[in-house]
Design a protein around this ligand. Structure first.
Ligand code: 7TS
Length: 409
């Protein structure tokens, strides 16, 4: 893309302008775990703390009104960002993990019982497996996991079969795999789930930060993501759910802010979405998330996605040619690559790359069942974002090549 100015984007991120060690620039390729923040996000939080910090939803005074306005404005920004129909469909959580647990403990407990089936996939992050396992232990429901084919795609024949033969209440799927990079066909999966009367929960932790996601055109029931993977702060995430679902769901946590009236005998609940936001929320973090949404929209999610595809297609083309290097997943992918070098543990690979200034994650990336299915215990992963460059990919590739030559047996 001619008008995508990666140098200008990099200039917005203070953390990127440092040397990892003398003579070696920092090359940050661990965006799947957490991205970096532009100055505008950091500054928005500073500004709140310096100028108008007060609690939200409880004060008449000026600072509290200003903080409440800023906090609630972000709900509208997030609504527009994912094209939700109503602002009230946006619930702020601490992150993706908390959002999945919220759905499990409220909608799940109310709607799923013994004999019911939840369809998930082998490539889910633990955050979208463990809560459902907890529900299954409590309710006696069953979880079935779609297997992953050699090209990194989901076994859609299993989906058809289980939807036709089982009492499926929920289909839940990772949108972009944080390990394989696969972008799953969420529109098709949603259509099939709905045709058989099931709802869908999409784990969008690795998609919303990287490409346009439109919950209305996809017709998604529940969608979850985290602020810290999309240039925002830690400690804030989003649950999107259709309004009628939120209305019917019981509260998640009890406490201040989520009530309408409390007596010693009992309580009634505040309206949606406040019913799900008990206690003082992460105010600065929500404000920072709003600045992150502004920042990403200013660049454009389509442009960011195209930039990442250029980077990852180049990177994949190069690394998949290297002898003695295993790459997981297919050629068609979002902006990340998990790999192993024969004869080296992934942690050693990450350490060697770190000594070259290149930050990658190693381990199981919270996808142990997927690693089991791949027959490995760990992998190294380079995950790209809007500020990464082809030159950085080249440094990563030569560090991988060096590790392979010098250390692999
Ligand atoms: N779902 C997916 C797809 C993820 O990639 C992650 C975090 C989560 C859920 C959990 O998000 P959290 O913000 O609630 O922690 N993934 C990773 C990763 O790939 N490496 O470190 C964290």
């Amino acid at each position: 893309m001619s008008n995508y100015d990666v140098d200008a984007i990099r200039a917005d991120f203070p953390i990127l302008h440092q040397e990892h060690s003398p003579g070696k620039p920092l090359i940050y390729l661990d965006n799947g775990a957490s991205s970096q923040r532009p100055e505008a996000v950091i500054e928005s939080m500073n500004d709140y703390y310096r100028r108008y910090h007060a609690n939200v939803h409880r004060g008449i005074h000026k600072l509290s009104a200003e903080a409440t306005d800023a906090y609630e404005r972000v709900r509208g920004k997030v609504q527009r960002f994912i094209n939700a129909e109503r602002e009230q469909e946006i619930v702020f959580t601490r992150g993706t993990t908390e959002a999945v647990n919220l759905v499990m403990q409220t909608w799940g407990r109310q709607n799923i019982g013994a004999g019911d089936v939840i369809i998930a996939t082998v490539m889910e992050h633990h955050a979208n497996i463990v809560p459902w396992q907890m529900l299954a232990a409590e309710k006696g429901c069953t979880i079935r996991y779609l297997s992953v084919l050699d090209d990194g795609s989901l076994n859609m024949a299993q989906l058809d079969e289980w939807l036709a033969t089982e009492s499926v209440k929920l289909v839940t799927v990772i949108h972009t795999s944080n390990t394989l990079g696969t972008i799953n066909p969420v529109a098709e999966i949603t259509r099939k789930a709905h045709d058989s009367g099931a709802l869908i929960l999409v784990d969008a932790a690795q998609s919303v930060p990287h490409m346009p996601v439109d919950v209305q055109s996809l017709n998604i029931d529940f969608l979850v993501f985290s602020g810290h993977k999309m240039c925002g702060p830690t400690g804030v995430g989003v649950l999107y759910a259709k309004y009628d679902l939120l209305e019917a769901m019981p509260p998640f946590m009890g406490g201040g802010d989520m009530i309408e009236r409390v007596t010693l005998e009992g309580s009634t609940w505040n309206e949606v979405p406040h019913k799900f936001e008990a206690g003082t929320p992460s105010i600065a973090e929500v404000i920072g998330l709003g600045a992150a949404v502004d920042y990403l929209e200013h660049i454009g999610m389509t442009s960011i996605h195209e930039h990442e595809l250029q980077i990852v297609n180049y990177a994949y083309g190069q690394i998949s040619q290297m002898d003695g290097v295993q790459v997981y997943g297919g050629a068609d992918r979002g902006g990340l690559i998990s790999f192993n070098i024969n004869g080296l543990h992934a942690h050693d690979v990450a350490q060697i790359l770190d000594s070259e200034g290149v930050a990658v994650r190693s381990g199981h990336h919270c996808t142990q069942p997927l690693h089991d299915a791949l027959g490995i215990s760990a992998s190294a992963r380079a995950s790209f974002y809007l500020y990464n460059t082809r030159e950085e990919v080249d440094v990563w590739l030569s560090a991988v090549e060096k590790a392979r030559r010098v250390f692999a047996r």
